[in-house]
Ligand binder design. Structure first.
Ligand code: NDP
Length: 303
C-alpha cells in the first residue's frame, strides 16, 4: 500500500480502485515525504515547484495522452517515471475533430438554432459548403491525426499533413512547411502535442495563409494556437471560421470567442465518453499496480 496524491478531481471509477489498494490524498497536508505517486488529468499542472515538495515521489500517472504539463527533463533527472493513456482515446478525439469539421462547414449549430427560433417558417436556412474535394491539412499525423485523416478521407477530402518527419507508410502528402500546409488547406486541423516546442506555431502568418475560405480546427492543446491572433483573424475575416475543443486558459474562454458568429466551441470533450474515460482510468490503475509490483509499465512515456 502506497501513498498517492490526487492533483485534480478524478472520476469515481478511477478513485475507487486506487482507494481499495492505496492510501489516497487530495492534498499534501504535511504528508509530502510519504507521497510515492501522483495522479492527475492531462491539463493538470505537475510543475517542478510541486514535485520539489515531494522528495520521495516515484511516478506520475497522467489520465490523458498529453503530458505537456509534466517537466520531463526534471523527472528524468530525478528518476521519476511518467505514464499516460494513449490509444484508448484516439477514436473519440478523432470523432470530435470530424464533428467540428462538419459543424463548421455545414453550419450545424446555426441551423439548429434557426429551427428552434422558428425561422424555418419564414424560409430555408442559408447554404453551407461541402466537404468533398476540399483539403484537410493535419498538423501532427500521430495516432489521433491518422484517425482523423482516415475519417475525412472517407468524406471525400484530400489529406495533407505537417510534422517534424515525413512518414513513409501513409498515402498522404507531407508538407514540411506549416505556412505552405495552411495555404493548401481548407481545414487546418491541429493534432500535435502541446508544450514549449509547439507554442503558438499556429500564428498570424499561418492564419493569413489559411485565408478567408479556410477553417481552423483545434482538438490538441490551446497553447499551440495564438488565441489573440485567432480572435483577430476571425473578426477581420482573415479566416472563415474555427472549431475549438481546447483553449489557452481553460476553462476560461475569451469573450471575443464566445460572441464570435463564426466559431463552434466545445468544453474540452475530446476523450469525454464513459467508455473511453473508463479505459483511460484502467490504464492509470494498471500502470500504478505494475510500478508498485516492480513490473514493466503498461504505457510509459519515453524520456
Ligand atoms: P502522438 O504522439 O501519437 O502524435 C503526435 C504527432 O504530432 C506525431 O505525428 C508527431 O510527428 C507530431 N508532432 C510532434 N511534435 C511536433 C511539432 N513540433 N510540430 C508538428 N508536429 C509535431 O499523439 P496523439 O495523436 O495520441 O495525441 C496528440 C495530442 O492530442 C496530444 O498530445 C494531446 O495534447 C491531444 N489530445 C487532446 C484531447 C482532447 O480531449 N481534446 C484528448 C487526447 C489528446 P513528428 O514526430 O513527425 O513531428
Amino acid at each position: 500500500m502506497a501513498d498517492i496524491l490526487f492533483l485534480a478531481p478524478l472520476p469515481d471509477f478511477l478513485t475507487q480502485p486506487l482507494l481499495a489498494a492505496h492510501r489516497c490524498h487530495t492534498s499534501m497536508d504535511g504528508r509530502e515525504e510519504m507521497i510515492r505517486a501522483v495522479v492527475g488529468q492531462g491539463g493538470t499542472s505537475y510543475s517542478r515547484e510541486i514535485l520539489e515538495r515531494l522528495p520521495n515521489v516515484e511516478i506520475i500517472s497522467v489520465l490523458g495522452v498529453g503530458y505537456d504539463r509534466v517537466p520531463l527533463d526534471y523527472c528524468k533527472a530525478r528518476d521519476i517515471r511518467v505514464t499516460n493513456t494513449p490509444d484508448v482515446l484516439t477514436d473519440d478525439v478523432a470523432d470530435i475533430a470530424v464533428a467540428l469539421v462538419l459543424m463548421t462547414s455545414r453550419k450545424l449549430v446555426a441551423a439548429n438554432r434557426y429551427l428552434h427560433e422558428r425561422k424555418w417558417l419564414g424560409g430555408p436556412f442559408e447554404m453551407a459548403s461541402a466537404l468533398r474535394g476540399k483539403t484537410a491539412g493535419i498538423i501532427g499525423l500521430g495516432r489521433i491525426g491518422k484517425a482523423i485523416a482516415h475519417r475525412l478521407a472517407a468524406h471525400g477530402m484530400e489529406i495533407a499533413y505537417h510534422g517534424r518527419h515525413a512518414q513513409t507508410d501513409v498515402p498522404w502528402r507531407f508538407c514540411s512547411n506549416l505556412v505552405e500546409l495552411a495555404r493548401e488547406a481548407d481545414f487546418l486541423i491541429v493534432a500535435c502535442p502541446g508544450g514549449a516546442e509547439t507554442r503558438h506555431i499556429v500564428n498570424a502568418e499561418v492564419m493569413a495563409a489559411l485565408g478567408n475560405v479556410g477553417t481552423l480546427i483545434n482538438i490538441a492543446r490551446g497553447s499551440i494556437v495564438d488565441e489573440a491572433a485567432l480572435i483577430d483573424a476571425l473578426a477581420t475575416g482573415t479566416i472563415k471560421a474555427a472549431g475549438l475543443d481546447v483553449f489557452e486558459n481553460e476553462p476560461h474562454v475569451p469573450a471575443a470567442l464566445l460572441s464570435a458568429p463564426n466559431v463552434v466551441l466545445l468544453p474540452h470533450i475530446g476523450s469525454n465518453t464513459q467508455e473511453t474515460r473508463r479505459a483511460m482510468a484502467d490504464l492509470v490503475v494498471r500502470n500504478l499496480a505494475a510500478h508498485f509490483a516492480g513490473q514493466p509499465l503498461v504505457t510509459p512515456v519515453r524520456m
